[in-house]
Ligand binder design. Structure first.
Ligand SMILES: *Cc1c(COP(=O)(O)O)cnc(C)c1O
Length: 333
């Protein structure tokens, strides 16, 4: 049974288009590849985080909060989106970022600074050790200053943010009926798990037959199975406490992580160039390029030969290409 989502802060431009990549598909002798253009949820608010933030920010506002605190890598799309949402709604924003402040500011980091976010930088080792205590003490400082703060977890992936892709599943179901397709596979990049978990739960509750696969860009399959399960349990606890949680099958592929988060290999850059040239769509090296390279590799190996249609969810991240300008200029083919 599909559960009606709560009212959102209405930040994303929805619905986003579902479009067929016919020129690309024709070069591959595999299924027809479709792309769900969640890179078009906005311009500055581009990407998957906006669908989750719609629900998270609505909850923060309902609780009377006037500050948003969140965390991530220096080039976090989620932190850039949160900073811009805060500015658009007249809220304060504080980001805790992992790594050194880039000099000069670039990509997402430049946009977050422009939006007026206060930023604390922690080295990689301090971030691992001190993130939780840093978030807690920042929250206390803002609370004491009369700017009550809501702490958004990494990637807005929790039981609240889950609604973003739970409701996107219904949008996809509508797209499928408009185009008359029943895709065997829906896939996306997975970094904090909320997109994949929300899609998997929504697709299960809509009783669609599609498999939902997340291509991990960091961490392991086991890590995401546990993390996504926890987020789904929390979703039930907050919104449907009298219902016993039922966990859908959670399919994570962790074969294409390469050297780790933020490290992209030649296949990733080649996939970015291929889609840019055949379809005029830009992927990023951290998330969507890595996941799309994984999908292409599986298609080339014939693993999806029995599928007629597959859907790739473009989760955004365009500003993430700029810090990789040097690698993108190196010939890859
Ligand atoms: C955060 C992000 C993802 C990963 O989504 P999760 O819900 O965190 O797993 C994928 N693509 C882009 C561009 C992102 O910014």
């Amino acid at each position: 049974m599909y559960f009606e989502p709560p009212v959102t802060a209405s930040l994303a431009r929805l619905p986003t288009p579902l479009q067929a990549l016919d020129r690309l598909s024709n070069t591959l002798a595999g299924p027809r590849i479709w792309i769900k253009r969640d890179d078009l949820t906005g311009t500055l608010l581009t990407g998957n985080k906006i669908r989750k933030l719609e629900f998270v920010v609505a909850r923060a506002l309902a609780q009377g909060k006037t500050t948003l605190i969140t965390c991530g890598g220096v080039q976090s799309n989620h932190c850039r989106a949160t900073a811009l949402v805060a500015a658009q709604l007249g809220l304060s924003c504080h980001l805790v970022l992992r790594g050194e402040p880039p000099s000069p500011a670039d990509g997402n980091n430049l946009l977050a600074e422009l939006a007026g976010a206060n930023i604390t930088y922690l080295s990689h080792s301090d971030y691992t050790r001190e993130l939780t205590s840093t978030l807690t003490s920042l929250q206390a400082q803002y609370d004491a200053a009369g700017r009550p703060a809501y702490v958004i977890p990494t990637g807005a992936s929790d039981g609240v943010g889950l609604w973003g892709y739970y409701s996107a599943a219904r949008e996809l179901a509508h797209d499928f009926s408009v185009h008359g397709i029943t895709p065997q596979l829906i896939c996306c990049a997975t970094g904090s798990g909320g997109t994949h978990a929300g899609l998997a739960l929504g697709i299960a509750h809509l009783e669609l037959d599609s498999q939902v696969r997340g291509y991990a860009v960091c961490d392991s399959r086991r890590y995401f199975e546990q993390k996504e399960r926890a987020d789904i349990v929390q979703w039930y606890q907050i919104y449907h406490p009298s219902i016993k949680p039922s966990i859908p099958s959670l399919e994570i592929n962790d074969e294409y992580i390469g050297a780790g988060y933020g490290h992209a290999n030649a296949e990733v850059f080649a996939a970015i160039k291929l889609l840019a040239r055949t379809e005029g769509i830009i992927l990023d090296p951290v998330y969507t390029g890595k996941a799309f390279a994984g999908l292409l590799e599986q298609i080339r190996r014939g693993e999806l030969h029995s599928a007629s249609d597959v859907v790739f969810v473009h989760t955004g991240g365009v500003y993430g290409i700029f810090p990789y300008r040097q690698q993108l200029q190196t010939p890859t083919s």
